[in-house]
Design a protein around this ligand. Structure first.
Ligand code: C2E
Ligand code: MG
Ligand code: MG
Ligand code: MG
Length: 292
């Protein structure tokens, strides 16, 4: 609607910005409504240790069971959520749900660490730590399993000193911290130096091309060396083939995640999958002398 302020300083009606404001409000409302209707669900992708041949944990990945559009992947709805408060509400739901799931698995005799993805905005929100503390208290969780927070390395962590404070506080709460998609941002090395994150997750784009492209192989082996020098845990994501896994293992990276091991799956499918891993092919991965 056109508005007129004093002194003839008029604001002209702009249908485009009006449309954008309305679209944003609708997206905010629809996410809150979907939270209330319990339409969000977490799928879990196992993370395995190739050396110990053990499932060590899983990453929680959000999906939206949309009543009209079907099961939506995060890429189909997260980028449209521009409102920080909605992302925080969603992020807190993800943390709470992941903690409850960790507890349910623990009761079934399954101790898995769980990673959750959190935006840098959420992490830097003033009440992030008090919210996290409350969620941890609300869950009489197991002590052997751990929650780990993943933040995109590319998410312009503007205030590194503040982020470092939060990482330290998380550690005091027993919560781990990972830099996700490591190597895709502009400041990977600066973050590595300034942030005491326990884990680096090397981005899947490097892993997927490492056997074909010498540059990607150099980046992967370089990051493996960096992680060792800085005493960080390294997880390779996007492992799709046994050949990639074998090469990673030989380069010194033994924690992996990827479609080649398992796709993300509903929580109910995890116990049977864990019981069945490793099959013969994965069991023999380091005994194999095939040239890579
Ligand atoms: P991410 O945290 O880097 O998660 C890995 C993504 O790669 C997941 O996609 C996973 O399904 C996919 N992936 C795993 N293994 C393979 C593989 O071998 N090959 C290929 N091509 N892809 C693989 P997904 O579930 O669509 O999630 C995409 C991104 O959305 C995530 O990337 C993460 O940044 C974000 N995301 C997911 N869940 C949440 C959440 O609960 N909150 C927030 N803020 N972001 C989330
Ligand atoms: Mg992640
Ligand atoms: Mg990632
Ligand atoms: Mg990613």
């Amino acid at each position: 609607q056109a508005k007129h302020r004093g002194s003839g300083d008029s604001v002209v009606f702009d249908p485009e910005s009006d449309r954008r404001v309305r679209a944003k409000r609708e997206s905010v409302d629809s996410v809150y409504a979907a939270l209330a209707r319990r339409e969000f669900v977490l799928h879990y992708q196992p993370k395995v240790d190739l050396k110990l041949k053990r499932v060590v944990g899983a990453e929680a990945l959000i999906r939206w069971r949309h009543p009209e559009r079907g099961l939506l992947l995060p890429g189909a709805f997260l980028p449209a959520i521009e409102d920080d408060r909605v992302m925080i509400a969603l992020g807190n739901w993800v943390i709470g749900e992941a903690l409850e799931q960790m507890q349910r698995w623990h009761e079934q005799g399954l101790d898995l660490s769980l990673s959750v993805n959190i935006t840098a905005q959420h992490l830097l929100a003033p009440d992030f730590l008090s919210g996290l503390r409350q969620l941890l208290l609300a869950c009489s969780g197991p002590t052997t399993s751990r929650l780990e927070i993943e933040v995109l390395e590319s998410s312009h962590i503007e205030d590194a000193a503040k982020v470092e404070q939060i990482i330290v506080a998380c550690r005091e709460l027993g919560v781990g911290f990972a830099l996700d998609d490591f190597g895709t941002g502009y400041s990977s090395l600066a973050y590595l130096r300034r942030l005491s994150a326990d884990t680096l997750k090397i981005d899947q784009s490097f892993v997927s091309r490492m056997l074909d492209d010498p540059s990607d192989l150099a980046i992967v082996s370089g990051v493996i060396g960096l992680a060792a020098a800085f005493q960080r845990r390294l997880v390779a994501e996007g492992v799709e083939t046994i050949a990639q896994a074998r090469r990673l293992l030989r380069l010194g990276c033994h924690l992996v995640q990827g479609y080649g091991i398992a796709r993300p799956m509903p929580a109910e499918a995890i116990p049977a999958w864990v019981a069945s891993w490793p099959d013969a092919a994965w069991l023999a991965i380091d005994e194999d002398d095939e040239p890579t």
